[in-house]
Design a binder for this molecule. Structure first.
Ligand SMILES: [Zn+2]
Length: 267
């Protein structure tokens, strides 16, 4: 299995990172995409990828931290070029395979919305310049994000709609633009309405993810998530699709490797 979205650098793993990582590998997770959400976590993600040959990394500024790149009126901050340069520098390393997580989050609104739009635009331009796919974080802003991306330019290298929670039109957008849906713990929740969307997307447009330490699947809700739990998301996704877990594993792995070209993974 591939955990296409995880945050091993988080302090939640400080006490037992090696043990937890060992459990994940024993559970069959072969590759981890460690996703950055600010400058520090992006640098930490790359450091993990440089020291573990089953890790890849992404770098980007999360919509929560969009204020680093733009002010409340949506004007770029004076220091925005420096922030973008730091991401550019990390991207010189072949272990850095995506720009993200970037997007819009109107659920928590931790940065002003106009700042979020500008931060997204600046980083979409960076992804194009660097010829990298993107990892989108979108929450309560699906239509706004996709409309905006359509307007400023859809990433030509594609990407992942992480923690997919869009509707049928978002599924169609993903299919039309070479984006994969990131399916994680929420697919196992009773109140999840992901089943029909997963079927409509089809297994060839999905990747699996944990978003650990967050969003644990059933039966671990309320606990810290970890990559070893990905098996529960795989099994539920297979169940929804009426396929075997082996087939879903094989196809979602191929989807991931197709998007990232294998990155610098040793095979
Ligand atoms: Zn994340």
């Amino acid at each position: 299995m591939i955990d296409s979205h995880v945050h091993w650098n988080r302090r939640e793993f400080n006490e037992d990172r090696d043990e937890t990582l060992k459990r994940a590998r024993q559970a069959g997770v072969k590759t981890f995409l460690n996703v950055g959400f600010d400058l520090q976590s992006s640098a930490e993600s790359l450091a993990l990828a440089q020291t573990h040959n089953d890790f890849l990394a992404s770098a980007g500024i999360h919509p929560h931290d969009a204020i680093l790149l733009a002010d409340a009126e949506g004007n770029p901050q004076p220091e925005a070029p420096v922030v973008l340069d730091k991401i550019r520098y990390l991207a010189k390393d072949p272990n850095l395979v995506a720009i993200g997580e970037i997007g819009l989050d109107f659920f928590r609104d931790l940065s002003p919305r106009l700042a979020q739009f500008t931060a997204l635009k600046l980083q979409l331009e960076l992804a194009e310049e660097l010829s990298l796919p993107v990892v989108f974080h979108i929450r309560d802003a699906w239509q706004e994000t996709l409309d905006f991306v359509n307007k400023v330019g859809v990433p030509s290298k594609g990407g992942i709609l992480h923690a997919f929670s869009g509707d049928e039109s978002s599924v169609q957008w993903a299919k039309n633009h070479g984006f994969l849906l990131g399916i994680g713990g929420p697919v196992t929740y009773k109140n999840s309405n992901l089943d029909t969307l997963v079927v409509s997307a089809g297994v060839e447009n999905l990747v699996l993810e944990t978003d650990a330490p967050w969003l644990p699947p059933v039966p671990f809700r309320g606990k810290r998530n970890e990559s070893a739990f990905l098996i529960h998301t795989l099994e539920k996704t297979a169940d929804v699709l009426g396929l075997s877990p082996e087939d879903v594993d094989k196809q979602t792995t191929a989807n991931f490797l197709g998007l990232f070209g294998g990155g610098s993974l040793d095979s």
